[in-house]
Design a protein around this ligand. Structure first.
Ligand code: PMP
Ligand code: GLN
Length: 379
């Protein structure tokens, strides 16, 4: 028997709910992935590069053109200065970048602050490297940050603070004022920041994404992570990236080279070509805002209490007027009996906090959303 390094961890909720949806022939609004295809222009570029013999190892740092385009994008959008040679790396999804940052930084007994509800990858990864997770709960139902609590929880042992903005699963985004608060508090500590910004181009109602890339004073302590999966509707390609100041990147690359070495080659070339046109990612806000509105409007006549959704392609709702079941049981019942799969929020809390809230993914064809709404309005 192997002595488990993660004795309390079971299969991720995303696989559990996707499998349950499949088994019960339910509409899958659980795991976050689009059910529509990506642009054929991007597929054609991938086809081109794989038929033109771009099938061997990519450079360890990632394809140069892609890194240059990322450097330009960050400079244009956030007035930041990341050198494509020494400060940008392509990764095998944002997941690998996050895992690698944690492996680069965390020693046994280091403390890592996370905000809950939190994406489920953070905690087990910190624990794999002997770190201790210090959770801070976002204040329900606004999911706002208690900066006083953050100040109190930062100690001499705090190695890393992980901030996911726009936030999965709550759909909340940081304001300019929040970013300033972070800057002020963190500048008085020695902590590093892992800014998981995979939904950076999905913010609504004209609100701007507040990237940690804007904070020049903290540049030597910040790792910024992104994902092309979210940007171009290609979650299955698993291509992400990381930006970090060059001394940080030097250490990141020491781990990265032995973790995976490099990332799928033809996809990187295809994405680079496609990224030359910024409309391909700058239109995302409007595209998803329409889907969000369609779904929220449809839910308005139900007994669900809809919680605010400022960004990401997830929205959440409280179901306590419909059922007394725990969120886990409710999500299962909804899948099995009513044929709509969602994610229970308790999966994003270490102590399984249950406010009777479930998460819906609205990155789906309008017809899928309409079919789901038809079922949900019967509840
Ligand atoms: N961070 C967050 C907040 C996510 O929702 C996801 C899931 N897509 C990831 C990281 C991982 O992204 P990728 O699929 O590129 O590994
Ligand atoms: N990020 C996706 C979500 O939140 C899931 C990714 C995964 O299944 N690992 O649903």
């Amino acid at each position: 028997m192997i002595k488990s390094k993660l004795p309390h961890v079971s299969t991720t909720i995303f696989s559990v709910m996707s499998q349950l949806a499949q088994k019960n022939n339910a509409i899958n609004l659980a795991q976050g992935f689009p059910d529509f295809n990506t642009d054929s222009e991007l597929i054609n570029r991938l086809n081109y590069y794989s038929t033109q013999n771009y099938n061997q190892y990519a450079p360890m740092f990632g394809v140069e053109k892609l890194r240059i385009l990322l450097s330009e994008k960050y400079s244009k959008l956030y007035d930041s200065d990341y050198d494509f040679q020494n400060e940008i790396n392509i990764t095998s999804g944002a997941s690998q970048a996050i895992f690698n940052v944690i492996s680069t930084l965390v020693y046994p007994n280091d403390e890592v602050i996370i905000f809950e509800p939190a994406y489920d990858l953070y905690q087990p990864t910190v624990e794999l490297f002997g770190g201790k997770v210090i959770p801070i709960q976002l204040k329900y139902p606004e999911y706002s940050i208690d900066f006083e609590e953050l100040k109190q929880k930062i100690t001499d042992k705090t190695k890393l603070i992980i901030i996911n903005n726009p936030n999965n699963p709550s759909g909340r985004i940081l304001s300019e004022e929040d970013l300033k608060q972070f800057e002020k508090i963190i500048s008085e500590t020695n902590a590093y920041i892992l800014a998981d910004e995979v939904y950076e181009h999905i913010t609504f109602d004209g609100k701007q994404h507040q990237s940690f890339a804007k904070l020049k004073t903290l540049k030597d302590r910040v790792f910024i992570v992104g994902s092309f999966g979210k940007l171009f509707h290609i979650t299955g390609w698993k291509i992400g990236y990381i930006l970090a100041e060059k001394e940080l990147m030097k250490e990141f690359r020491k781990c990265h080279q032995f973790n995976t070495f490099s990332t799928h080659t033809p996809s990187q070339y295809a994405i680079a070509d496609y990224m030359e046109n910024p409309d391909h990612y700058l239109y995302l806000n409007d595209f998803f805002q329409e889907k969000r509105n369609l779904f929220i409007d449809g839910l308005a006549s139900t007994y669900f209490d809809i919680l605010p959704c400022e960004g990401t392609y997830f929205m959440s709702a409280n179901y306590s007027k419909i059922s007394n079941l725990s969120d886990d049981e409710f999500a299962k019942e909804l899948t099995i009996k009513h044929k709509v799969a969602t994610i229970p929020f308790s999966a994003f809390y270490q102590d399984k906090t249950d406010h009777k809230v479930i998460r819906f993914c609205f990155a789906k064809k309008d017809e899928t959303l309409e079919q789901a709404l038809e079922k949900l309005t019967k509840l």
